[in-house]
Design a protein around this ligand. Structure first.
Ligand SMILES: O=C(CO)[C@H](O)[C@H](O)COP(=O)(O)O
Length: 231
């Protein structure tokens, strides 16, 4: 089965956790897109939920699917967020931000009583770090911020290079919040918490894509079926 079918299977399984009246965080990316589309089908069949999107792209998808939307200002406490991930490891620490939405994704996840990650089995890893870690930074002073981000990674035991994310046209990629992304290629993150703390202390870093202690459940779809992991 191809990865996209597996993503859809994981998304479909996440619907089992949705109850009428829930306030839902809606993730970003190709896996979360399946969830939003399937949720829309349920909504059109009569399910009443309200969603808070984690990106402008998801807002557009959810609107098109007929999902009633709110904001965190109107709805500051959510019951459940369903989102994808770039990597997820035993203990359910994760890397997110491949789609550039990590800041809103983390704010929405932190406002949720429960976060479920949905993924195909290629995202499950023994140790985080094969996927370059997205770090969202303010555009001002991005050159010294990049140097400081690399120094923070080295101090946390995982030296590597940070590259400014660019669009296909070669411009700096700009997030929904107006920030840049540095993709930090590390290969392996032996101590995610230490790295998270070091990165958070760098001036100019808005947020990083390490999700530690946020994911309660992971739904992993593979060729052999669906596996559910709980933190
Ligand atoms: O963190 C994300 C966006 O910022 C996505 O959830 C992550 O990149 C996974 O994407 P996909 O489901 O397309 O593989």
């Amino acid at each position: 089965m191809n990865p996209d079918s597996l993503k859809r299977e994981a998304a479909a399984r996440a619907l089992d956790f949705v109850e009428p009246g829930m306030r839902l965080g809606l993730g970003t990316g190709s896996t979360a897109k399946h969830f939003v589309a399937l949720l829309g089908e349920r909504v059109r069949a009569g399910l009443d939920v309200v969603g808070v999107p984690t990106s402008e792209a998801t807002r557009a998808d959810a609107e098109a699917a007929g999902v009633r939307l709110s904001t965190l200002d109107e709805t500051p406490a959510l019951d459940l967020t369903v989102d994808g991930a770039d990597e997820i490891a035993p203990g359910l620490s994760a890397i997110k931000g491949g789609g550039g939405a990590l800041l809103r994704e983390k704010i929405v996840a932190a406002a949720s009583a429960r976060m479920i990650v949905i993924a195909d089995e290629t995202k499950w890893v023994a140790t985080l770090g094969r996927f370059p870690l997205p770090v969202e930074v303010v555009p001002f002073g991005v050159a010294p911020t990049r140097i400081a981000v690399e120094a923070a990674a080295a101090a946390a035991g995982c030296p590597g290079r940070a590259e400014l994310r660019r669009t296909r046209e070669g411009h700096a990629f700009v997030t929904d919040g107006g920030h840049f992304i540095l993709d930090l290629a590390l290969g392996r993150i032996p101590d995610p918490l230490a790295l998270a703390e070091r990165l958070a202390a760098v001036p100019g870093v808005v947020e990083h894509g390490l999700f530690i202690g946020l994911v309660r459940t992971a739904i992993i779809a593979g060729a052999a079926g669906i596996r559910i992991e709980n933190a």
